[in-house]
Design a protein around this ligand. Structure first.
Ligand SMILES: CC[C@H](C(=O)O)C(=O)SCCNC(=O)CCNC(=O)[C@H](O)C(C)(C)COP(=O)(O)OP(=O)(O)OC[C@H]1O[C@@H](n2cnc3c(N)ncnc32)[C@H](O)[C@@H]1OP(=O)(O)O
Length: 304
């Protein structure tokens, strides 16, 4: 009887919808896991410095900048809290299609601010910070926007983890990605290991973490960590424009369609096949017979 009720629950549409929402928009950790975000946020905001800047453009591409140049864009506690707020804002951006994640002043991000890290170097606070950042980076990865990390200069520690939460990675000539965790007596905690394995495979991930290898643009391309290499243009505006041009190949079209594309890809990656197929059907239902679809049907298209 209990088994039967369980099966019914699994099959119910409401359950599947909740599952999809939890897996695609929801949090990895909630009160069900004994996690109270407000508690760690209160500690994190005590470590001030830098900012996470969000600039939403009419083109439908937003630019998110990790901005703490005097510390090579290290993440202060307040920046961790800022990042969550910016991601929440992007979750509700109905006109959005793409996202560029970059660091200020020609370098990507040097990980956690070591001053903040030293102050919370106990296991309990470390785990709470880790849960908070995993939640935020999972939400970043699941945004219905196609995202690209523009890596200039150095991406170290948490900075290397950060770029794995983007759909694509563009490495600028001369840039280096390094999971330095081993040298700190650590492993990644912001979800960087779990995501890295899915991007470069188990063996490459073991080499990168076990050897704390310095990944330059060439090696990045070879192992699939980087999707393309950009020449260094020496000024941030031009680099950003190059990244926008690159991203434009994947985001031409109306936001509703591009967001639908990202949603079916997320569900395909994250859900078991049957759930992914059902989700694909649900998302398909949001675009089928919609204005863009009807316009295309009326226009006698030729896909030459
Ligand atoms: C391990 C995982 C963990 C997590 O997941 O939470 C982390 O991410 S811990 C942080 C891991 N990152 C580091 O250990 C980076 C350490 N820094 C460096 O290796 C270098 O500073 C480098 C390579 C980023 C830049 O070297 P460069 O010679 O070009 O510049 P400076 O060393 O003079 O750096 C300028 C200025 O920035 C400060 N800085 C750099 N990184 C951090 C950081 N992560 N936290 C705090 N401050 C940082 C550095 O101390 C200099 O400050 P100054 O006051 O001028 O001495």
């Amino acid at each position: 009887m209990v088994l039967c009720a369980g099966r019914l629950l699994l099959r119910s549409k409401a359950f599947r919808t909740r599952l999809f929402q939890r897996q695609c928009n929801g949090l990895v950790y909630s009160s069900a896991h004994g996690f109270n975000p407000d508690e760690i946020k209160e500690k994190l905001v005590a470590f001030q410095g830098g900012s996470i800047d969000l600039y939403k453009q009419d083109s439908g591409i937003a630019v998110l900048t990790v901005n703490n140049p005097s510390r090579m864009n290290a993440f202060s506690g307040s920046m961790m809290v800022d990042l969550e707020a910016r991601v929440a804002e992007l979750e509700h951006w109905s006109d959005g299609k793409g996202l560029i994640l970059q660091g200020a002043a020609g370098t990507f991000c040097s990980g956690s601010d070591l001053n903040a890290v030293r102050a919370i170097a106990n296991s309990q606070d470390g785990m709470k910070m880790c849960m908070f950042m995993q939640n935020t980076l999972t939400r970043l990865q699941r945004l219905p926007l196609i995202s690209v990390a523009l890596v200039e200069g150095k991406a170290l520690g948490g900075g290397a983890e950060l770029l794995t939460a983007c759909d694509f990675v563009l490495m600028v000539q001369g840039s280096v990605v390094q999971f330095v965790h081993k040298h700190m007596g650590l492993v990644p905690g912001w979800g960087g290991a779990a995501r890295l394995v899915r991007v470069v495979g188990t063996k490459n991930a073991l080499k990168l973490l076990g050897g704390a290898l310095k990944v330059d643009a060439e090696l990045g391309l070879q192992i699939g960590l980087a999707d393309d290499v950009l020449e260094d243009a020496e000024d941030q505006k031009t680099m950003q424009q190059l990244a926008e041009n690159w991203l434009n190949n994947s985001i031409k079209g109306p936001p509703a369609v591009i967001q639908a594309v990202k949603k079916v890809i997320i569900s395909g990656r994250e859900l078991p096949l049957s759930d992914a197929l059902r989700t694909e059907k649900e998302v398909f239902g949001t675009v089928w017979g919609g204005p863009v679809n009807l316009q295309a049907l009326a226009s006698k298209l030729k896909h030459k």
